[in-house]
Ligand binder design. Structure first.
Ligand code: AHN
Ligand code: ZN
Length: 326
């Protein structure tokens, strides 16, 4: 029986013919799916815990320690955790000791949703206004830690009460080791998103598939809005629509605005090209204009520019989507 049918049985409103449902009744029907409340304070803490390791650049101590922390967190939230270690070759030939970390719920279920974020941080603040900072590693509070923080909070809530579908929380490594602006050699898009490319070629579980995927990138910044990214719109327009509709329905139409953004080389591009999992990228634009938020790849990407309202809007919207999937 559908929820509408169930409601009509116990309701004083007439559903005769199914055409005239009062708006009060409709509202009641819509709240029937019980979606957990996303706690932005909790997500904020998980971001701070990552930033406390310092930059999480592959081949550094902070990176190794943070990887262990993330696996522990996922285990603490009851996920089945798989780590994928990979030796990946960077644009300049550097061998990166990378690790993708995957936490799964209801691993036996064939019906799944994949949620992605990158957990590494950029080795260079090559977009900083001050050129003397261009070789300083960034803290990546927004670019890296925010997506992971939101997904850890979602993991906590999913563990409390599982949605219908199995959920995979997938922390990808080596996203942000793409050739820096000061590099004089060739700039290839494949120098970005190395962990995602590895995962797409080598799934953590043989034959792994999901109904769709959602990538979170820079979802915690102040002055952020979200428009539909263009590769997402090409590969997965229905998922974009699902997510933006959900945001609007629960009152976050101010952040998830109608509009189309540019094409962004991000983990979802390679997942879309190299797998059959239609994946969108929820990635912030600066509400004051400009492409990315102003702290992007600068030394200012720190906790001071994290906004709990942005975290809440994104986290609650993703929950709305995954708990309504049957
Ligand atoms: C490029 O700048 C080519 N892509 C941006 C993807 C990215 C980097 N997301 C976070 N950091
Ligand atoms: Zn970045």
């Amino acid at each position: 029986m559908t929820l509408t049918g169930a409601f009509c049985l116990f309701s004083a409103f007439s559903c005769g013919g199914g055409s005239k449902v009062s708006s009060a009744a409709k509202e009641e029907v819509e709240t029937k799916v019980d979606v957990p409340r996303f706690n932005a304070d909790s997500a904020y803490l998980y971001i701070k815990e990552q930033v406390n390791f310092g930059p999480r650049v592959p081949n550094t101590k902070g990176h190794v320690a943070c990887g262990d922390y993330l696996a522990k967190r996922l285990e603490g939230f009851g996920a089945r955790v798989i780590s994928q270690s990979a030796d990946l070759i960077a644009f300049d030939g550097t061998l990166l000791k990378a690790r993708n970390i995957i936490g799964s719920y209801k691993p036996e279920s064939k019906k799944r949703i994949a949620l992605f974020a990158h957990w590494d941080t950029r080795p260079w603040a090559d977009n900083d206004a001050d050129k003397k900072n261009e070789r300083t590693p960034i803290l990546g509070a927004n670019d890296g830690a925010s997506g992971v923080g939101v997904l850890l909070e979602i993991a906590r809530l999913v563990n409390d009460r599982q949605p219908e579908l199995g959920i995979d929380i997938i922390f990808l490594d080596a996203e942000d080791y793409g050739a820096p602006q000061f590099y004089e050699g060739e700039h290839r898009e494949e120098s970005w998103c190395l962990g995602a490319q590895y995962w797409a070629r080598n799934r953590h579980v043989e034959g792994y598939n999901a109904r769709f995927g959602i990538l979170l990138d820079m979802v915690g910044g102040a002055n952020s809005v979200f428009v539909k990214e263009s590769y997402s719109e090409e590969f997965a327009p229905d998922i974009n629509k699902k997510v933006w509709n959900a945001a609007k329905k629960i009152g976050y139409g101010n952040l998830f605005v109608d509009g189309n953004g540019g094409y962004i080389t991000d983990d979802h591009l390679f997942i879309n090209r190299m797998s059959r999992i239609k994946t969108i990228d929820i990635i912030a634009s600066d509400s004051r204009g400009g492409d990315f938020v102003s702290t992007w790849h600068t030394i200012d990407d720190n906790m001071e520019h994290i906004d709990k309202n942005t975290l809440k809007a994104v986290g609650q919207t993703v929950l709305e989507v995954i708990y309504n999937e049957k």
